[in-house]
Design a protein. Sequence first.
Length: 374
Amino acid sequence: MFKIDSTTNRIIPLQARKFGDLNFTERNHLQEWLANMPEALGEELLIIQKEFDGFDDTRERLDLLALDKDGNLVIIENKLDDTGRDVVWQTLKYASYCSSLSKLQIIEIYQRYLNRFHQGGDASALMCEFLGVEDTEELKLNLGNSQRLMMVAANFRKEVTSTALWLLGYGIQVQCFKTTPFSDGEQLYLNVEQIIPTPEAKEFMIGMNAKEAEEKSTEVETKNRHHLRREFWSQTLDAFQESDCSLYSNVNSSTDHWLSAGSGVSGCPFTMIFSKREVRVELWIARPDTEINKAIFDTLAVNQSQLDSKFGAEMEWLRLDDKKSSRIQFSQPFDGFNTENWPAMITWLVDHMTRFEKTMRQPLADAWRQVRVG
């Protein structure tokens, strides 16, 4: 830290000091400074207790207990010139003790603090004012595992910073603040610097945590869908075994949303689709050559009305001019992920794929023969 001398247009280094050398103590000085100026920790905090010892079956005391603007409890543990090895464990213990505190208990803790240190006051009203709500009913305090950890010290041992960073990786809200006293003659100064995470890293980690949460959510959803699809196709294939359609006799269950079987023409499979919104039967015309695909489709489309009539419904004829492939399909809306709908969906697929294959197999073979000759 430097002092600016505007007269000489120079900066003058201030002397870094140790709390012990200045006869400052943790409880009477550092704790009091932060209790009366919690903004030094970089945000608005409401101190609700000092030397809190309201834990069952233990005589331990945490230095400062606060609320942040989201109603989360903030456990603040102060050390002077060295954190010691056990500060992380100590702070985690206090957080676990505080995790069970109810709204009523938190208000009572704050009321005792006001009565003892601030000549009284209405704890409920002051909390409502701090959190910007109208009355106690709207107060949301200490929800779930939302407790935050703040460790304040002049020096942090490597085992402390390493553990803090590890905890951050698992979503534990932990911060480390390095405090350094400086002197300029008889004038004393205090620098409070957040070192874990740095403000820039904090924003980055918030983004990364959100990304990881999204990825985990997506991974879980994908696994659930894979399990769902495999089970659906297994039941569907069992139903085909009991039917007159042998199209899927040699096909295994899959985690894909589609299940295909050969039509006799390479690159043109009969396919069943199972999705959240519908089930569908379709003929993919997806050979390597775009012109051949369009030619096969156009040859079939000449007889569209007759083929629709044979199938028993108007199919969707999708030439897909901007794509390599073309498709002919017929679908039915369903809430596919509701397993109660599966019997009806499977019956629909067996019935319509049976009719679809009988309608399209020979015309597809004829169209392919005609395109090859042409």
